[in-house]
Design a binder for this molecule. Structure first.
Ligand code: NAD
Length: 506
């Protein structure tokens, strides 16, 4: 079948505004392609503009008035229904995710499972949304702080966790009483749309969640600029985050950012090397290295460096690369041709910097792989901590092995990048493990486990250029999406003056 014929029968999808699936007023669309076979068009999606975005914000703003008054446990019931629907459609969503984004099927199921977990967790928050009560310094006075929703939340997401990341943002935002305008990454609009379908099917009232596809410039920017949007929650590259955070700063708008990473596993001379090799392999090449928490550096004590490198490369050679729908495959394609090119450019940069290419480095074009965006798992050895391949986020199946002399140097190298998302220490020495927990500068620390594998019931996020101090998931997700309202109730019947009365006349 020719490309044109495929295109002719390609389904055209719409935005979701005020409870209805509607066309963009631009009439223009973009295609979402399968990264394992770029001839397969997943669908056409609206290239929306500022007017479409305004309509979505209109709907969310209007719906907020009723939604915020809906009791939180009632809001939570709908989120729980969404959890059940996600469970019912888990396999379908996972398979579509593989087709649209490339990760292997097992990992795609994990991505959907994360959304199911988050839905259940967020639903539980509907009966908590904990506030504070404290004693007043005065008699006959009650002091407390309660949570209030912010209003309309603008949700801007990347493509690498196309269901999980939207769920981390949208579900806690909703249970807290906000309404949402969701702009997904243009690489993964289809599974994002299916997630929204499920929310609608769960019974969310019109306008509570709105979905609009298009570019960062034409949809993202008007969303950020609209004064009725009280908070922007973005996950993406540090460059994108910096731009959006800068503008939100000028507008005095809340902005929560989850951005890039340059994560590392440290392997000490007393580590269980089998365990460390397993962990590094999964951390470096899971999701073809396209995780914000991917292990793109392995920092190894010189006493075990040679042995680790040999074992690691042996294992990397055995990884099966191919379409993620084949359960035999370990590593799928990267998301698109641009990303493939950029990853391969980093391979050249690494070689030119003098790092030793121990394995991989090629774009794969054998047989059926030629139609997709496949890159060999790639291992560089003898990498120096200041090389670009050890400093910059590559976001692909490339990892750098860095030898170090001792524990202290390992910590220094691990901390020596602009990022601070996830760092890990492999050691059997409990004292070193706790020292690492104390000294590693990152939002997430693992001991004897790789840099990937966060669970949704604890805070998720990073320090330095990875974020701006907020955390997703866990109870901190509720912090992201609520305002504190401090309330004093004086039932004394006369004027009482805090800080003054208690020192006078008593
Ligand atoms: P990206 O920065 O290119 O895009 C992210 C989203 O922002 C997309 O929806 C995009 O359309 C939108 N966008 C881009 N420019 C914009 C602008 N000026 N205004 C408004 N919106 C704009 O990132 P990506 O390529 O989709 O994802 C990969 C990046 O995401 C990596 O850097 C990765 O580390 C990061 N990431 C971070 C986390 C985390 O939690 N820290 C999780 C996943 C991915």
């Amino acid at each position: 079948m020719t490309n044109t014929m495929e295109k002719a029968k390609t389904q055209v999808f719409n935005n979701f505004i005020d409870g209805k699936w509607v066309k963009s007023e631009t009439g223009r669309t973009f295609a979402s392609l399968n990264p394992a076979n770029q001839d397969e068009v997943i669908g056409q999606f609206p290239l929306s503009n500022a007017n479409d975005t305004k309509k979505a914000v209109d709907a969310a703003h209007k719906a907020f008035q009723e939604w915020k008054r809906t009791p939180a446990p009632e809001r939570a019931e709908l989120i729980l229904k969404a959890a059940a629907l996600l469970e019912d459609r888990k396999e379908e969503l996972a398979r579509n995710m593989v087709r649209e984004m490339g990760k292997v099927i097992k990992e795609a199921r994990g991505d959907v499972q994360e959304a199911i977990d988050m839905a259940k967790y967020a639903a539980g928050e509907g009966r908590r949304l904990l506030g504070m009560t404290v004693p007043s310094e005065l008699r006959n006075k009650f002091a407390m702080a309660v949570r209030a929703p912010i209003g309309v939340i603008g949700v801007i997401t990347p493509w690498n966790f196309p269901v999980a990341i939207p769920s981390w943002k949208i579900l806690p935002a909703l249970v807290a009483g906000n309404t949402v305008v969701f702009k997904p990454a243009s690489e993964t609009p289809y599974v994002a749309l299916q997630f929204v379908e499920i929310l609608a099917e769960a019974g969310l009232p019109p306008g509570v969640v709105n979905f609009i596809t298009g570019s960062g410039r034409e949809v993202g920017t008007p969303l950020i600029e609209d004064p009725r949007v009280g908070c922007i929650s973005v996950t993406g590259s540090s460059e994108t985050g910096r731009k959006i955070a800068g503008r939100c700063g000028e507008l005095m708008k809340r902005i929560t950012c989850e951005l890039g990473g340059k994560n590392a596993i440290c392997v000490m001379e007393d580590a269980d090397l089998d365990l460390a090799v397993d962990g590094a392999l999964w951390g470096a090449f899971g999701t073809a290295g396209q995780r914000c928490t991917a292990t793109s550096r392995v920092i190894i004590h010189e006493k075990v460096y040679k042995e680790f490198a040999e074992r690691f490369v042996e294992r990397a050679k055995k990884l099966r690369i191919g379409d993620g729908l084949d359960p035999q495959n370990d590593v799928g394609p990267v998301v698109n041709k641009d990303q493939l090119k950029s990853i391969n450019e980093y391979v050249e940069i690494g070689k030119n910097e003098g790092a030793k290419l121990l394995f991989g480095g090629r774009i794969l074009t054998d047989g059926a792989l030629a139609k997709g965006c496949f890159h060999e798992p790639t291992v560089f050895g003898d990498v120096k901590a200041n090389m670009r391949i050890a400093q910059e986020e590559i976001f692909g199946p490339v990892t750098a092995l860095i030898p170090v002399k001792n524990f202290e140097e390992a910590i220094e190298v691990a901390n020596g990048t602009q990022y601070g998302l996830s760092l890990s220490m492999y050691t059997r020495d409990v004292n070193r493990a706790f020292k690492a927990i104390e000294d590693l500068e990152s939002g997430i620390v693992y001991i004897n486990a790789p840099t990937i594998g966060a669970e949704i019931q604890l805070p998720f996020g990073g320090v330095k250029q990875t974020g701006n101090g907020h955390r997703e998931a866990g109870t901190t997700a509720i912090e992201q999406f609520t305002e504190w309202k401090t309330v004093y109730v004086d039932y004394s019947g006369h004027l009482q003056k805090a800080q003054i009365d208690k020192y006078e006349g008593q």
